[in-house]
Ligand binder design. Structure first.
Ligand code: PNW
Length: 460
């Protein structure tokens, strides 16, 4: 029996746009994902989050299901455009009321709320008027919005996450253009990332200066794959290290050390924005915990300077060329429905890498999970692939804890099948099946498996 620490937190995670629906209810303003999804050609089969899981109306029933699974905590995100329809100014009472009821209902069911302030759904007005995350004023607006949330919910919410996956927002939003706002640029990802970091820093400053008495904790969540050296050569080992620094240390180094990794400053020169001394001071030590989302692993191979990596299988110019790294996978690895390789040991390696680099921070796994193509058989979803994935990855977390990492919680992605961004509704990440036509829910076999893990506080 693999037993986890007594107070280990077991939960599930979602985000506002992926589950809420009610896209224009109660004065909610449009955000960049509303606009992006309604732009032809951006989302698989032209799907969108207008209705999604209708969680905005069905949250009480969804919380009952969480109880049934035995979840002790629930990570969800607040939609900024419900709180401030144009991203600025006075709060919208209906938005405050909705999240207030959600939080109260969770607490009444003994489920601890973990709240993400920004899971990609930037109010569209800020995109138009302030140039979104490329603009210098958006981070101040974010701190204002965060302050409203602390003021209205901080008496009951003790765990705050400022940003979800700044890497995804920067790279998929500003390099590949696959996600909102759909831009394709070599330099903009670095500028967007810079403003996301400043926004995080400013929100944390507000929390610590004005809401300290609430006694909560606040941090950032970043996503990272494991990057394994393609060969044992020194060049490939350095390439894997570089790749991790370009993916994770890009965001974590400023928060733990006050500045970007040296290797990024060297490779990028003036293309990488600089922090002032004051900003470095503000950022250093600005997370009470290390939020980590993890899904997969790839090999990293060295690409000598001057040689293009445009043709690599996964490496495709811009930020990937900047690193001089080519990413590949092992064809023998099984993959999920997202085509992401299933490599549990990579999770252990990544947790140990984080633990070593940042002096053993408290880590919360704020997302881990997989997409599998579910079919209903006699009304039931048996999803042994998801159970095998979760069993392997939760096992890897256990190994990392045994080897000294301070991992304190695990949130499965996701509670419900939901709107999987550019992939639409095809990709099913939930431990609870959702029929999007009837909005019926059904616990999958992975939910029953997870309930047992939670009850035993560990793996059999
Ligand atoms: C995360 N990548 O997204 C998000 O936080 C969730 O909203 C999402 O549903 C989940 O993971 C599954 O995709 C990611 O390309 C999207 O590396 C893309 C990547 C990583 C995470």
């Amino acid at each position: 029996m693999k037993q986890f620490p007594t107070n280990f937190l077991w939960g599930s995670a979602t985000s506002a746009y992926q589950i809420e629906g009610a896209h224009d209810a109660d004065r909610k303003g449009p955000h960049i994902w509303d606009v992006f999804a309604h732009t032809p050609g951006k989302v698989h089969r032209q799907e969108n989050g207008d209705v999604a899981c209708d969680h905005y109306n069905r949250y009480p029933a969804d919380i009952k299901l969480m109880s049934e699974v035995g979840l002790k905590s629930y990570r969800f995100s607040i939609s900024w455009a419900r709180i401030q329809p144009d991203g600025k100014g006075d709060p919208n009472p209906a938005g405050i009321a909705f999240y207030g009821k959600l939080i109260d209902n969770l607490l009444a069911n003994d489920i601890e709320p973990w709240v993400t302030l920004h899971h990609w759904d930037l109010p569209a007005a800020l995109q138009m008027e302030d140039d979104g995350w490329l603009g210098e004023t958006t981070s101040d607006h974010f701190a204002q919005y965060a302050s409203i949330c602390f003021e209205h919910f901080g008496d009951r919410v003790k765990n705050w996450i400022t940003m979800n996956e700044s890497w995804v927002m920067s790279i998929l939003g500003f390099h590949s253009g696959l996600f909102a706002p759909g831009r394709k640029s070599a330099d903009e990802p670095y500028r967007a990332a810079h403003n996301l970091l400043l926004a995080h820093g400013k929100a944390v400053r507000v929390y610590r200066e004005q809401f300290k008495s609430q006694g909560g904790q606040i941090g950032m969540t970043n996503n990272c794959d494991w990057r394994h050296p393609l060969t044992d050569s020194e060049a490939d080992r350095a390439a894997a290290q570089r790749s991790l620094e370009f993916m994770l240390a890009w965001f974590a180094d400023p928060i733990y050390f006050g500045d970007y990794p040296a290797v990024m400053r060297e490779h990028l020169g003036d293309r990488l924005p600089k922090f002032t001394d004051e900003e470095k001071e503000m950022l250093k030590g600005s997370s009470d915990f290390f939020g980590l989302n993890h899904y997969t692993t790839m090999y990293a191979g060295d690409v000598p300077a001057g040689q293009s990596v445009e043709n690599g299988e996964y490496a495709n110019g811009g930020v990937f060329s900047d690193q001089h790294v080519a990413l590949t996978t092992d064809p023998a690895w099984e993959t999920t429905d997202m085509d992401w390789p299933i490599v549990p040991w990579g999770f252990r390696e990544l947790l140990l890498w984080i633990s070593a680099r940042y002096q053993r921070p408290p880590i919360y796994i704020t997302e881990n999970g997989c997409a599998t193509p579910d079919t209903l058989l006699a009304g039931e979803v048996d999803d042994p692939q998801r159970i095998a994935y979760l069993n392997g990855y939760v096992g890897a977390v256990h190994e990392a804890i045994e080897k000294g990492a301070d991992v304190r919680g695990y949130f499965v992605w996701s509670l419900l099948d939901n709107f999987e961004w550019a992939s639409g509704y095809d990709k099913r990440f939930g431990i609870i099946h959702v029929d999007f036509k009837t909005q019926q829910r059904k616990l999958k076999s992975s939910a029953h498996w997870f309930r047992k893990v939670i009850e035993r506080n560990g793996l059999a």
